[in-house]
Structures are given as C-alpha cells and as structure tokens.
Design a binder for this molecule. Sequence first.
Ligand SMILES: [Zn+2]
Ligand SMILES: [Zn+2]
Length: 244
Amino acid sequence: MMICEVKEMAFGLADMLFPPTCLTCGAALPGRGEDPFCAECLSVIQYTVPPLCTACGLPFTTIQGADHLCEECIRSRPPFSVARSLGKYEATLLDAVHLFKYHGKISAGEALGRMMARAPYDSLATGEYSLVIPVPLHPKRLRERGFNQSLVLSRQVSNRFNIPLDFLTLRRTVHTEAQVKLSGRKRRTNVRGAFEVTDKDRIKGHRIVLIDDVYTTGSTVTECSKVLMRNGAHEVAVLTLARA
Ligand SMILES: [Zn+2]
Ligand SMILES: [Zn+2]
C-alpha cells in the first residue's frame, strides 16, 4: 500500500472520529478545506478593499476613487513604505485571533497566517522583499503566552513567498504594558525605545516585510520600522492580519 493511501485512510478515520468543525462557530464542515471556517463565518469577514491610504493602508469610507494619502500620513509620513491588512478586526477575524492569542490555539493562527499570505495586496508586491520579520515579544510576555503570535503568522508568509524568516535580529528589550489597554498617545510613548537590532549586518540593505497580528494605531509597527530603518534596512513594508 502506498504511503499516500495510508495517509488518506488515516485522515478518513480522523474525520469520522473528529469531524471537522468551524473554528469560530463550531458548525460541521463538509471536509478539511484550506480554511477551517464555515461559509457563514467566512462571509462575514470584512476584507480590506480600496480606496486606501497609499501609506498606512487606512480604508476610506468612500466607495469610489483612487488610493491616496490620508490626513495623518500627509502630516507625518510613517517610517514604513506601506502597511496592509487582510481585513477588519471584528466578527470572524476577532474571534479567531482571540482563540489563537489568548487560548493558545496555534492551528487557528496557522490558518489565519495562510489566509493572510494568500490575499492580494496591490502595492505590496511581495516578490521584491528579501526578509520577513515578526514584531517580537518581550521574553517575559513570551514565557506567559508560550508563543509569539506574529511569528506563527510570519512562518506562513515566509513559506508562501519563499522569503527567509528572521525572528532573532529584531528584539524587544523593554517589557511594556499591553497596548490593548492604552490610548493612542500612550501607545506611542509606551513602545518608544522598546526594540533593538542585535546585528545590523543581518538587515542591512534588506527590503523587509514586518508582520504583526493587529494594527490599531500603528505605534508598534512604526517604532519597529524606525529601528529597522535606523539600522540600515532599505525598506520596511508592514503586513498585519487585521486592522482595528
Ligand atoms: Zn462558522
Ligand atoms: Zn495613512
């Protein structure tokens, strides 16, 4: 018997014993498709659609028109070239991120990472990038959570586009308060000086895709981008799963 036949039988048996269910609502799924969500949960995901800010990726409320800079990016250009997100941080994406981040469901994170890597991002032509770097966690937070959610997402992006992954060079050296509890201004001061590059040579001249799970005010990815650019990166593009 061929190995693949054995595998298929094993999967068949697993499906009988543990039929695949939707990650977020628990409904039975017709099979083990690429995404672990039912059609209904998939249908309520609000994917990011243009027009968007050409820099930070903020979606504009008008339905028509070309992409352009938003007010905030006109006033102060971010240190990253472009930021893009898969969709809005609500409904299915919010529930799935919670399962992943706060309940340790790594398989949810891997599925989200695949969806994130598969989506098209106009100006983020991923083929041109040479390094994928996740937003790092401080060692203390890493011990609490047991994993870095951004690294789980980064692996999928790195695999899909065949871009090397570097999760050692950018480090978080200051243990900061969780951003979730803070307002915009406090978020910026909270992460200031919290990151460092351990070895400039590893990022020098690279065009980097910086990965994080949620983009809220952008203060974390802004701070990381500043540090990467200051240390010789050629460009930093930001890709996040969801935008709050
Ligand atoms: Zn569902
Ligand atoms: Zn903007």
